[in-house]
Design a protein around this ligand. Structure first.
Ligand SMILES: C[S@@+](CC[C@H](N)C(=O)[O-])C[C@H]1O[C@@H](n2cnc3c(N)ncnc32)[C@H](O)[C@@H]1O
Length: 160
């Protein structure tokens, strides 16, 4: 189901609001091996469609970081209307405390990935998983890489 009802176009110097298509959601939650009760973060969650899907299908607890007003309003409205276990934080994703994360998804920009990687390496617990769409972590070798037929974009999976 498409979660994009209204997508106000907006862009920022570091990572624009370009949502991951709903057609990828199942593949993403499968690749991350998400289980009920796990804490699933989306760093720069946009309208939070992936977190809501995962909460509904897998019973995960979603935490979305979204610093910008319009996508955050969409995320908060979507989560509230669907009554899912998804919380939206209005902070910079670079200052996120990820120490309790079981899995993380991000679809950002090359400009942010070095700082994201530093934060992940400092805070991620053993056994957690990270999936980044399009932009790999600069220093770490991914455990798995794949691309979808409908998209030239690659997905990079890391086990911590
Ligand atoms: C490419 S979109 C991805 C949205 C969502 N993760 C998805 O895949 O559907 C990137 C999102 O990150 C947000 N963002 C960019 N920089 C951010 C920052 N420093 N802190 C929090 N959110 C940020 C943008 O507002 C945008 O909604």
């Amino acid at each position: 189901m498409a979660y994009v009802l209204i997508v106000p176009f907006a862009s920022w110097p570091d990572a624009p609001f370009v949502p991951t298509g709903a057609k990828y959601y199942e593949k993403i939650v499968e690749a991350l091996g998400l289980k009920s009760g796990e804490r699933f973060y989306d760093l720069g969650c946009g309208h939070a469609g992936l977190l809501i899907y995962s909460a509904q299908k897998r019973g995960t607890l979603g935490i979305g970081y979204e610093m910008f007003f319009w996508p955050r309003l969409l995320a908060q409205s979507n989560a509230m209307l669907r009554r899912t276990a998804v919380n939206i934080c209005s902070q910079n994703l670079l200052s996120a405390d990820l120490s309790d994360a079981d899995a993380i998804y991000c679809y950002l920009s090359p400009l942010l990935m070095k700082q994201v990687e530093d934060n992940l390496l400092a805070k991620m617990k053993s056994g957690s998983r990270v999936l980044s769409r399009s932009f790999p972590l600069p220093s770490r070798k991914p455990d798995r890489v794949w691309s979808e037929k409908a998209s030239a974009d690659k997905f990079y999976l890391y086990y911590f």
